[in-house]
Write a protein that binds this ligand. Structure first.
Ligand code: FMN
Length: 223
């Protein structure tokens, strides 16, 4: 692989939010997660565990999460309460604009936006979702390890021609996920990765995001 090949792979990964129902072969799924095992982590503690949910079981879970969302406030294991301001708020708005714009949902179409959000809870109709957990008591430092793990899974899936999207939204109702999967309390649900073959006709998949220029984030100090 050349450096250019790597850059192309990284740029080819983008969030996919509309999937064909065709399942991804187990061999491909295993290969992607095997690659991600090689993500770095603090002291090599490898603080990730994954529950993979597929097919009708995932649709059932989606219905349970949608019902749960209608019945009360979210209670994620890891709080999701950062209020983005300034530059970060501008970027948040730009990414929402790209997505809702691609889907033809107007800014004042509140119901359209709610419906678009609720698609999250059904993993955007993906044939698979990997729920990613952090061990009990682990904090921000180890959560950073999960970021590398999740990105490696998504890059590997991209290399296999499989689309994906990381989803914090699937961690909003962890007790419903645990109940559905028969899991004990303890491990913290961080996010999920919905994945499958991209539906090129789905309007959400026309959304494209931008990135800030390198100079805005990289400060070089004199040697
Ligand atoms: C940890 C994490 C959680 C995310 N949660 C969601 C989510 O709940 N719903 C969603 O539609 N996109 C979610 N995203 C996708 C981001 O919106 C997306 O990565 C960002 O807008 C950049 O776009 P790109 O992935 O197409 O490059 C999440 C991404 C990450 C890394």
């Amino acid at each position: 692989m050349t450096p250019q090949d790597f850059d192309t792979l990284v740029r080819n990964r983008r969030s996919v939010r509309g999937f064909l129902p065709r399942p991804v072969p187990d061999t491909v799924i295993d290969a992607a997660f095997e690659s991600a095992l090689w993500a770095p982590s603090n002291c090599n503690v490898q603080p990730w565990s994954v529950h993979l949910v597929s097919g009708e079981r995932l649709r059932d879970l989606g219905r349970a999460l949608t019902a749960r969302a209608a019945s009360g406030a979210a209670a994620p294991d890891v709080p999701m309460d950062t209020a983005y301001t300034g530059l970060y708020r501008e970027r948040q708005i730009a990414s929402a604009k790209a997505l809702y714009g691609a889907m033809g949902i107007a800014r004042d179409d509140k119901q359209g936006r709610v419906d678009a959000f609720l698609r999250n809870l059904d993993a955007f109709g993906a044939p698979h979702a990997a729920f990613v957990f952090l061990p009990e008591g682990f904090g921000t430092r180890e959560a950073a390890d999960l970021g590398g793990f999740v990105q490696t899974v998504m890059l590997a899936l991209t290399a296999h021609g499989v689309g994906s999207v990381a989803q914090g939204a699937l961690s909003l109702y962890p007790e419903a996920v645990r109940a559905h999967l028969g899991l004990d309390e303890g491990a913290q649900l961080m996010c999920a990765i919905a994945f499958g073959y991209e539906d090129p006709a789905h309007p959400a998949n026309a959304a494209r995001t931008e990135r800030a220029p390198l100079a805005s984030i990289l400060t070089r100090h004199a040697p």
